[in-house]
Design a protein around this ligand. Structure first.
Ligand code: G3P
Length: 229
């Protein structure tokens, strides 16, 4: 399963990319607004930090302007995925950009029917929003299960299921069990995934016992090699 980071915060991206576990980045207009920084410059910087797909979203709602914006965003770097909303104009734009060899991430997907349309329009990624469905007492993960099953039934579909609006590690685990291709994680969720109290407790015990031996791995001489001399 690939992990994208769902943020436009360059410092967070740089920090988490250093773990070697980040395969891409997703941004949206709200995340960009949160940074208060210039959109194009931010996307350019992110695309240099992470070699994998970096989603940058169009903000027009009509096809002609979306297409112009999409081409402009795609020119920023080779790893840009143009993000378009799941509307008739968005999917028309998806088809055109995909036809030009540009990666497209279709966002704001809330139903399997919409996901079928995005695949038909040649999307590289479909982004179903699980957290926002859960928020209205709908079954976010159920939607992922449905889309994965539908896409699997058609081996010709290349569209990857990108689980978005992730609220915690459990969403990631459930999505992985279903075989979703990608999860885009808020930085806090990726950090939460590392954590387990038994890991901390176990490590503390190992280190305490190690200290009692008085040994140091880097400072040690090889006992066996010394005995053979
Ligand atoms: O980038 C799209 C998505 O991940 C947004 O998540 O938390 O605003 O519902 P959220």
């Amino acid at each position: 399963m690939k992990f994208f980071i769902d943020t436009a915060d360059v410092n967070e991206i740089r920090d988490l990319a250093a773990t070697g576990l980040v395969d891409g980045v997703t941004t949206n207009p709200s995340l960009v607004a949160k940074t208060g920084k210039d959109f194009i410059a931010t996307v350019r910087e992110i695309a240099k930090i992470v070699p994998g797909p970096v989603s940058a979203e169009v903000t027009a709602t009509d096809h002609a302007t979306m297409l112009k914006e999409g081409h402009k965003l795609a020119k920023i770097a080779k790893n840009i995925a143009v993000k378009v909303p799941l509307t008739p104009d968005g999917l028309k734009t998806c088809k055109a950009l995909s036809g030009d060899g540009i990666m497209v991430n279709v966002t704001l997907c809330f139903s399997a029917a919409q996901a079928i349309l995005a695949a038909k329009a040649g999307a590289a990624f479909i982004s179903p929003f699980v957290g926002r469905l859960d928020d209205i007492a709908a079954d976010g993960m159920g939607l992922i299960r449905e889309i994965v099953a539908i896409y699997k039934a058609y081996p010709g579909i290349r569209t990857e299921v990108l689980v978005a609006s992730v609220r915690g590690p459990l969403h990631v685990v459930e999505a992985a069990k279903m075989g979703a291709h990608v999860a885009t994680l808020p930085p806090s969720v990726l950090r939460q995934m590392f954590a387990h109290p038994l890991t901390d407790k176990g490590l503390a015990a190992f280190l305490a016992d190690w200290k009692k031996t008085g040994q140091s791995i880097l400072g040690a001489e090889d006992g066996a090699a010394k005995a053979a001399e």
